[in-house]
Write a protein that binds this ligand. Structure first.
Ligand SMILES: C[S@@+](CC[C@H](N)C(=O)[O-])C[C@H]1O[C@@H](n2cnc3c(N)ncnc32)[C@H](O)[C@@H]1O
Length: 271
């Protein structure tokens, strides 16, 4: 694909084709190695990379986690997945790694929704819906969730790259509502993307400003804040993402961690 061209497979909706402003879903698609992005998104991504050069590596690690987690949960017998903040559901997402499962993807980003709905139109077992986790009850009530998710059986719940877009209070409310709704035996699979417990350098604030300009403010939490916000979900297995993915211990370098002490943990929480 040439530098200035757009995606090869895009739905023809106006919102998807709006290339006046960068879109975070398309930026993350670019960072993950996808082709559903435009030059303006690639420019924004490049600016972000100038502040956190390892960003693309982290984004790809998170996708790799989703794939391995979906595959393991599928092997363990989970046949229904509800995913929040799904982003671009290209062929590297849950449905491709849990082939016998029913999957509901959701996001509030109109670009991701438009793309996802085009991709899964007419499919029986996979749906993509609009959903804001700050109003998570509306997601539970969606016809697609009621059709594809059986609340008599455990649900595998994906929550990847989402809690950094919510404040502490909204995260806690979401975790509690999710716990109240989920059948016993359900599991959340998520990456804790944490920063060190110390004062953050100026580059961190610059990075946050860029994300705000692209439409969504972010906040990196520490490890202990992340675990605490997900209460009352019980940590079942939390380990450094390189261990979970069986990567060499030096796969993440001190440069990758940057001044903010960035670290990723593969987390499974259970009810
Ligand atoms: C970093 S991307 C992660 C995409 C995918 N889960 C992954 O890990 O590859 C975060 C996604 O969360 C979505 N998001 C942000 N705030 C949200 C909210 N309040 N409710 C639902 N989705 C949200 C964004 O639109 C974006 O698509």
């Amino acid at each position: 694909m040439s530098e200035n061209s757009g995606p090869t497979t895009s739905p023809a909706s106006a919102i998807f084709l709006n290339t006046d402003v960068p879109n975070l879903a398309r930026i993350f698609d670019y960072l993950a190695g996808g082709s559903i992005n435009y030059e303006i998104d690639r420019q924004a991504a490049t600016a972000m990379l100038s502040l956190i050069p390892s960003l693309a590596k982290w984004v790809r690690l998170r996708r790799a986690f989703i794939q391995e987690a979906a595959s393991q949960l599928h092997d363990a017998g989970f046949r229904q997945f509800l995913d929040f903040g799904s982003g671009m559901p290209a062929d590297d997402h849950i449905h491709a790694f849990a082939p016998e499962a029913r999957v509901v993807f959701s996001d509030l980003n109109p670009v991701a929704i438009s793309y996802g709905q085009g991709l899964f139109a007419g499919q029986e077992r996979v749906a993509y819906i609009r959903g804001d986790v700050r109003q998570i009850e509306q997601i539970f009530a969606a016809p697609e969730v009621r059709r594809l998710i059986n609340r008599q059986q455990p649900v595998a719940i994906g929550l990847n790259g989402v809690i950094l877009f919510l404040n502490d209070e909204d995260n806690r409310r979401m975790a509690q509502a999710l716990y109240d709704w989920a059948p016993v035996g359900s599991k959340i699979f998520m990456v804790f993307q944490v920063r060190a417990e110390r004062e953050m350098p100026a580059a961190y604030e610059q990075f946050r400003q860029m994300c705000r300009a692209a439409g969504l403010p972010i906040e990196l939490y520490t490890y202990s804040q992340s675990v605490a916000m997900m209460h009352p979900w019980r940590p079942a297995n939390i380990q450094p993402i390189v261990d979970f993915l069986a990567l060499p211990p030096d796969f993440i370098t001190p440069e990758d961690e940057t001044d903010i002490g960035l670290a990723f943990y593969a987390a499974f929480l259970e009810k």
